[in-house]
Design a protein around this ligand. Structure first.
Ligand code: KIV
Length: 275
């Protein structure tokens, strides 16, 4: 399978194919998802919550993101790899956004970056795109600024808020974003918004009527037990499998049924004289 490029990704809109995206944070998971045929891997700043143990995505640093993005790139052959710009890495100035955005491509092997926000980040989006860094936008529920939005709540529920979201999506497209993640938005608004922009809209908690779907891998595999958003479907329960596997290991080492002969090395000489 060929490597998916930003151009391929953009051209998937309207092709009839639903674009698939999952988060990944390390090489072995990236390899599995890539081999399963997922179109794009987002090294999300959700890293902070599902891997690093922070309470939100706010504390995640550029160095943490780059470390994990490098691992994902090493494990990926086919999927488009998207580096998520952490809070504080693109808000100070356009120069700062370009300096940090280029690091995802140069140092971590990502194909593009994602950043959160609408009109207020368009100067940064434009600067990045002009500097050669393809950008994916992210509007609706934006976890880095969830405090300002009143918490992790559905967005775009009033006519005014819906108009604002449509304006943000169009502004991002005009600024040069090649795709937009739309999070926690009523399904009918997603349908309208997806029709109003020419770039792919990738939904998470945004219903079925968009160009693609994304989920946090730990949520869909049932690996993150702290909380599960309403929009998540758990396709398996790996937390349970892991706990059961570890309990079996504990029992077997206690009763010495593991390691068995098949897991042990035999001697070629008699070492009993060593006693
Ligand atoms: O960081 C992340 O995982 C994300 C997804 C929720 C889209 O931004």
């Amino acid at each position: 399978m060929n490597k998916i490029t930003v151009k391929d990704f953009r051209e998937m809109k309207g092709s009839g194919h639903v674009i698939s995206m999952l988060t990944a944070y390390d090489a072995s998971m990236a390899r599995l998802l890539d081999q399963a045929g997922v179109d794009s891997l987002l090294v999300g700043d959700s890293l902070g919550m599902v891997v690093l143990g922070y309470d939100s995505t706010v504390p995640v640093t550029m160095e943490e993101m780059l470390h994990h993005a490098r691992a994902v790139s090493r494990g990926t052959e086919h999927a488009l790899v998207i580096g998520d710009m952490p809070f504080g890495s693109y808000q100070v100035s356009v120069e700062q956004a370009i300096a940090n955005g280029t690091r995802f491509l140069k140092e971590a092997g990502c194909d593009c970056v994602k950043l959160e926000g609408g009109k207020e980040v368009c100067a940064a989006v434009q600067g990045l795109v002009q500097a050669g860094v393809p950008v994916m936008g992210h509007i609706g529920l934006t976890p880095q600024t969830a405090g300002q939005l009143g918490g992790f709540k559905v967005q775009g529920k009033t006519m005014e808020a819906a108009r604002q979201l449509l304006a943000d999506a169009q502004a991002l497209e005009e600024a040069g974003a090649f795709a937009i993640v739309l999070e926690a938005v009523p399904a009918p608004l997603t349908k309208i918004l997806s029709q109003k922009v020419t770039v792919p809209v990738i939904g998470i908690g945004a219903g079925p009527d968009c160009d693609g779907q994304v989920l946090v891998i730990h949520d869909m595999l049932g690996l993150f037990e702290k909380f599960t958003p309403k929009f998540v479907k758990q396709y398996c329960n790996l937390a349970l499998d892991i706990k059961q596997g570890v309990q079996s290991y504990l029992e077997e080492i206690e009763n010495r049924s593991f390691p068995g002969k098949e897991h042990s090395f035999a001697l070629e000489e008699d070492f009993s004289t060593l006693l």
